[in-house]
Design a protein. Structure first.
Length: 200
């Protein structure tokens, strides 16, 4: 049995959370928070993905990571899974920090939610039912992208509440939907291969 990238990620999230506690007492909690301006602490683009604000935040993200991650990892490799998780998490965090100031006061962000939403989006768009619908309906690539954006917006607003990084959630889900639709992570050995949505 090969190593599970989902279990590895859960372990890393737990280790970072346990490190946050003593480092916060030493005044070093900022090592895990992505805050504006982005260039001041570039390492936090990555550390913030695995850090969490509270035990409840950690547990909520871990449950969804476990469910979505185990399903996605069956279709990809260990390395692809981790690269995807980090890339989507980083993109979601950067979007939250960069764009959050445009619609309200600048805010800092931490947590795996953006990356986890990316896994959920991948599952939603990259399954057999979704691929079959895309083949039968045959919408243009632009229309499909707009529909994915609207779906990501609807889910984000439905699950949003005060203090939640809505832009990060939207970004993660939207990127995940696009990635799932083109089968970005699929190696061909999983349950299904998604058909390409972005071909002209």
């Amino acid at each position: 049995m090969t190593r599970s990238p989902t279990v590895d990620t859960l372990g890393l999230v737990l280790i970072v959370f346990l490190l946050q506690l003593p480092l916060s007492f030493l005044g070093l909690g900022g090592l895990f928070v992505l805050a504006p301006p982005l260039g001041n602490a570039p390492l936090t683009i990555f550390t913030s993905i695995y850090a969490h604000a509270s035990l409840g935040h950690l547990v909520a993200n871990s449950i969804v990571l476990l469910v979505a991650g185990l399903a996605v990892e069956r279709r990809t490799t260990w390395l692809r899974f981790h690269l995807y998780f980090v890339a989507v998490g980083a993109l979601a965090g950067i979007a939250q920090v960069a764009l959050g100031g445009l619609i309200g006061p600048p805010s800092a962000v931490l947590g795996a939610s953006g990356a986890v939403f990316g896994l959920v989006g991948y599952l939603l768009a990259g399954n057999t039912v979704s691929a079959t619908l895309r083949e039968r309906i045959r919408l243009s690539p632009r229309v499909q992208v707009v529909l994915y954006a609207l779906a990501a917006l609807a889910v984000t607003l439905a699950t949003g509440r005060p203090g939640v990084a809505l832009i990060a959630h939207f970004t993660g889900l939207f990127v995940g939907l696009l990635a799932g639709a083109v089968g970005l992570l699929d190696t061909g050995s999983g349950e299904t291969e998604a058909t390409s949505v972005l071909q002209g």
